[in-house]
Write a protein that binds this ligand. Structure first.
Ligand code: CA
Length: 227
């Protein structure tokens, strides 16, 4: 089934351009032009992602986002904010409103499509992660961030935990070092940190997991998978 994107944008040229390009990419879309109707539309349409302009008639984008987060039906929907001025960008970053990403206008559609893909990938990975994993001697409680090997607790760092969770949740699929880097260090820092950092953390993680560590298998020149 096509993933649905709700476009909240009052400038027709932009909403039409977005609508056209997103459909061309295989997404289904819905468009709302008024901020005051956006939260309601999101609760009704149940989109997989919301593109949310900041300057809107009715209700501004930051208030719309607040309402989305306050409603249980839309609390976890990924949101990408579209900002027109650098002050808006600062405000969004500063307020930590819980937007998943933001894109400044004017933007290149290719860039926006890449951001959408990345945010959707992260959100589906999150949803797929069960709250608990138990197999062989390894036990992970994802909610309480606890790792045990053969009943003994293992102390892992936050990054190591994120890497372990990603590998275990991938269900045997190989994850590239870039993917792991993005998961543990975030989209932006993925540009500045070398992929070798992932190798270093995986190395420490393996040692900490003792006999279970061998289940993290190196796939040469690509990444890692969990057996
Ligand atoms: Ca606008």
């Amino acid at each position: 089934m096509a993933r649905k994107i709700l476009i909240v944008e009052d400038e027709r040229d932009i909403s039409r351009m977005l609508d056209y390009n997103l459909r061309k990419e295989g997404y289904s879309t819905a468009v709302v032009e008024d901020g005051s109707r956006a939260a309601l539309a999101a609760a009704k349409e149940r989109p997989d992602l919301v593109l949310l302009d900041v300057m809107l008639p009715g209700l501004d984008g930051t208030e719309v986002l607040r309402r989305l987060r306050a409603d249980q039906k839309t609390a976890s929907v990924p949101v990408i904010m579209l900002t027109a001025k650098s002050e808006e960008t600062d405000k969004i970053v500063g307020l930590e409103l819980g937007a998943d990403d933001y894109v400044a206008k004017p933007f290149a559609i290719k860039e926006l499509l890449a951001r959408i893909k990345a945010v959707l990938r992260r959100s589906s990975a999150k949803a797929a992660e069960a709250s608990r994993f138990k197999d062989g001697g390894l036990e992970i409680d994802f909610d309480r961030v606890l790792v045990t090997v053969k009943g003994k607790p293992v102390e892992v760092t936050a990054k190591e935990f994120i890497l372990l969770r990603a590998l275990v949740s991938a269900g045997g699929k190989v994850l590239s070092r870039e993917e792991l880097l993005e998961r543990a260090w975030g989209m932006d820092s993925a540009l500045d940190i070398e992929t070798r950092t992932v190798d270093v953390h995986v190395g420490t993680l393996r040692r900490k997991l003792k006999s279970e560590g061998a289940r993290i298998v190196t796939v040469k020149n690509f990444g890692y998978r969990f057996e």
